[in-house]
Ligand binder design. Sequence first.
Ligand code: ADP
Length: 713
Amino acid sequence: MDKDIRMDHNIMEYLLAELKHPGKPVQDICRLPGTALTLEEYGRKAAIQMRRFLDEMPGGFLIYHADGDEEIIYANKALLRIFCCSSLEEFRKLTGNSFQGIVYPDDLEEVEESIRTQIARNKYDLDYVEYRIVTKEGSIRYVEDYGHFIRSQSMGNVFYVFIGDATEKRKQQKKEERQTQQEYFQQLEMIEGLSIDYESIFYADLDADRIRAYRMSERIAEQFVQEGREQKYTGFDTGYIDRWVHPDDRELVRRTTDPDYIRKNLANKKSMHICYRIYRDDKPAYLQLRIVNIGSSEHISQIMIGYRNIDDEILKEMERNRILEEALSDAQLANQAKNIFLSNMSHDIRTPMNGIVGYAVLAKNHIDDKEKLMEYLNMITSSSDVLLQLLNNIFEVVGIDSEQIHLEENKCNLVEMLSNIRTAMSLRAEEKDIEILLDVSKVEHSLVYGDQNKISQVILYMIDNAIKYTNVNGKIHISAAEQPMPVRDRAVYQFVVEDNGIGISKEFLKRIFEPFEREKSTTIGGVYGTGLGLTIAKKIVEMMDGSIDIDSTVGVGSKFTVTLCFRLQEEGDACNRANVTDPGAGRKAILMVDDNEINLEIGVELLKDAGYFVETATDGQIAVEKVKNSKPGTFGLVLMDLQMPIMNGFDAAKAIRSLPEPELANIPIVALSANALKEDKKMALNSGMNEHLPKPIDIDQLYELVHQILNDV
Ligand code: ADP
């Protein structure tokens, strides 16, 4: 036994020596005790030693016949452990003692095929396969199999196989694969989310001349093999371009997907894009083609190509541009109109101003010639009227535009109103020998509720124009016609002002209501105007929910029709405007408050002329004192300027309203203000005043108001 161990030991020594110094005689390396064994005995001992070595080897080792039933010749202990067998017998039983019994049946065919192919190809007769096995306990494990095909003299063809348990490694691999796959899916989801707008997405490798579709629109799909499959990049979009892309954009799209062009363009940027048109339902639609470099920036080959429908965006942008263009052209037109207005204004203001200045000089020069003086003063008055009208018009437009003018609903008599207007205008018409005819026969209800001042104003603008733009000996027809409405207490009225004047061109009719617009022919003719009358008229009519229609022919005449709806007054509820200019008996005094002496003087004179008794105050404080110290009933009205030193009109009104004596505290107060805008009026009413009259004072309006108030008291 001792000897055997020593023998074995010797064999191991030989083996180690051979492994370290292949081919060298062992005596040259180390000195071993001599042996009396024959060569055969020695070979046998070596084989036993080798088997023991293989038996104890930590990895699995197997030898089986390569032919026939692939019978197992040898299996080491480590292999038995992999199969959970405690003895070779158990292992042989489990596997049927054949390699085929080792491999899990589902894997067998593939494994054998793989081994065959590998051995046939490998010049060292080596193979490597992985497969599943079933252990004695029934569990499935993965193994790695390193095989070596050997032609043995005694045993025929055999396989030496090293087998290792790869289950844990495999599990780890699977885990990593799952993780990678999960990350991959997450990435895909992200890309999917980000690329939701893209109807087609491709990955292409320009070097390999390959392209793969990830998503395709129906249009591109027609030309493509299949989603997820690769095809040649060259010409991948030719069919699509020829069939779908707008002829004008074909060259652009073709060039953009050309590999050389892409390489050049992506040389120093990550992505590029173009917009082009396709035909969809025979209408052009807009698409964007975007190419992104997803590979190295030094050498461009791997790219993503996306096609996105941007029709909506383009249409919105086009709409935006259209609005901008319109706004620009509106602004330009407005600017043009403003310039025209300014040049008109400077002319229109200068003319009456020259008149005023010139006639004032003449008046001074002829101060003793009463007749001439009267003539010059008349000229000054008419020039002032022109100026005033101009200013009023401007205020009116500004007021309407900033919604500072509102409608009032009073009782009014339409027939009477028209007749008054006609009377008022006839003088001017007579100057040009123009006849004005009025027809109110079709008005059944003359008494309505409405803003009579504003209605008159609109009709006055029409008649004024008719006179201005009708040649001498012309004719103007004014008519009103009532049309009943289904609602019992309402009626629609059509007021028509028709002339046989110069007429209006079709072109100009489109702009006639624009502020400051005047037709060339009228400006050339030197007829005075601001181009604001119809603007104001239209705005007022619109405020009343009515309309203005114009029918005109150049050289024949114009017909303006204003349509308005009014609430009818009840029977017997007449709007009596007779004697409006009757100043009345002047039972009570008027307190006129103004810091401007000229204004005060004119006001006092006018009121005195009309028979009223007038007291004055030059600021709010004096006014309050005068009222406070007066006997109740002395003052029937206070005419209050607003902007004054010491105490303004608002504060004075408030102070009067808070006087202890009720009759004094309730004296009617009317504001007189150069600021005709709504805000002033509102403030005046808020501070307790009853009415508001704009300056310069309209005498008739003042008389009417004074008369109303003093008669009412
Ligand atoms: P204007 O102060 O210039 O009369 P409007 O706004 O009242 O301003 O009218 C605008 C322009 O419309 C006038 O300048 C004139 O060219 C034209 N127009 C208005 N009414 C008539 C009409 N009855 N006949 C001919 N042209 C008219």
